[in-house]
Design a protein around this ligand. Structure first.
Ligand code: F6P
Length: 326
């Protein structure tokens, strides 16, 4: 029998579709296992300011299909200070919260890790980010929905690109990772992807142009991962205008629309499985771990590994993209 009687749950960092499905699963699994649940609003900020509300099973009704997070989210600078974290801990004690489940990306898990170490609080993290950049899990919550959104947008841009015979650079999110750009390109049949993982090694733009964009068509679509390393879509387009002025170039930045929308079936299922697994982990006395999914199986990944290790991108996919875009 676990000694944990009450858990707190929060979402932090950039929102991701499927976070609500995760909140629902954590809440209901905890209640099912006899625990109390407290919803903490606005991420670590709400832990510091005490925006904490008791959650019953009906608090999470009718949310599995909704994008965003009903708990709201924030990036909290104060939680980066020892004083901020102490205040957060005082609120945990006041609210009689024995353990935390935090849903978010790299920054969220880094905050969870240091908090757990400083105050010896059991914390379990769920990977919630469209970027898919957390090590130890095949996918993160929100990634699949964002990929589908990108695919739908590119399909639409292709209509106008092909009518005008233009070269489009479409910038997608990912922070410093190219998962959305590479798999978004594969899913939408784009001609190429420019990703940060490769940009450090070679000039992807000149290679792409030298190899020739798709011969059978006069229009092309290239997905560019946002990042200082790639230069973003605007940076790449500027270069093309200077170095290859014969192209009729346009830029689209998909931006925050990639973060919205109703979660896909895959994200809802992942989030639900991971949410239930977070409660299992706490009952098994696991702490300071992120719940991951590897080959369809739930795994526990120590925070230190999930955060620090750079998740490798599957480079074979670049070749598949090159071959299928001739
Ligand atoms: O981490 C998720 C993410 O959407 C990144 O892809 C992007 O770089 C960043 O968040 C944008 O953050 P904000 O919403 O604070 O501008």
């Amino acid at each position: 029998m676990s000694s944990i009687k009450c858990i707190g749950i929060l979402t932090s960092g950039g929102d991701a579709p499927g976070m609500n499905a995760a909140i629902r699963a954590v809440t209901r699994s905890a209640i099912y296992n006899g625990m109390e649940v407290k919803g903490i609003y606005r991420g670590y900020k709400g832990l510091i300011t005490g925006e904490i509300v008791e959650f019953k099973t009906q608090n999470v009704s009718n949310i599995i299909q909704r994008g965003g997070t009903i708990l709201k989210t924030a990036r909290c600078m104060e939680f980066k200070t020892p004083e901020g974290r102490k205040q957060a801990y005082d609120n945990l004690l006041k609210e009689k919260i024995d353990a935390l489940v935090t849903i978010g990306g790299d920054g969220t898990l880094s905050g969870a890790r240091i908090f757990a170490q400083e105050f010896n609080v059991p914390v379990v993290g769920l990977p919630g980010t469209i970027d898919n950049d957390l090590f130890g899990t095949d996918v993160t919550i929100g990634y699949d929905t964002a990929l589908n959104t990108i695919m739908e947008c590119v399909d639409k841009i292709r209509d106008t690109a092909s009518s005008h015979e233009r070269l489009f650079f479409i910038e997608v999110m990912g922070r410093d990772a190219g998962f959305l750009a590479l798999n978004g390109a594969l899913a939408s049949g784009a001609e190429a992807a420019i990703i940060p993982e490769i940009s450090v090694e070679k000039d992807q733009l000149s290679e792409m142009i030298e190899q020739g964009l798709r011969k059978s068509k006069n229009s092309s679509i290239v997905l560019v991962a946002e990042s200082e390393v790639t230069g973003g879509a605007i940076g790449v387009a500027e270069r093309v205008k200077k170095e290859y002025p014969h192209f009729d170039v346009r830029v689209t930045i998909l931006g925050h629309l990639q973060r919205g929308g109703s979660p896909s079936a895959q994200d809802r299922i992942m989030a639900t499985r991971m949410g239930a697994a977070a409660i299992d982990a706490l009952m098994e006395d696991q702490r300071n771990v992120m719940i991951g999914i590897q080959n369809e199986q739930i795994v526990y990944v120590p925070f230190s590994k999930a955060i620090r290790n750079e998740k490798p991108i599957n480079r074979d996919l670049l070749n598949v993209l090159r071959i299928t875009s001739i």
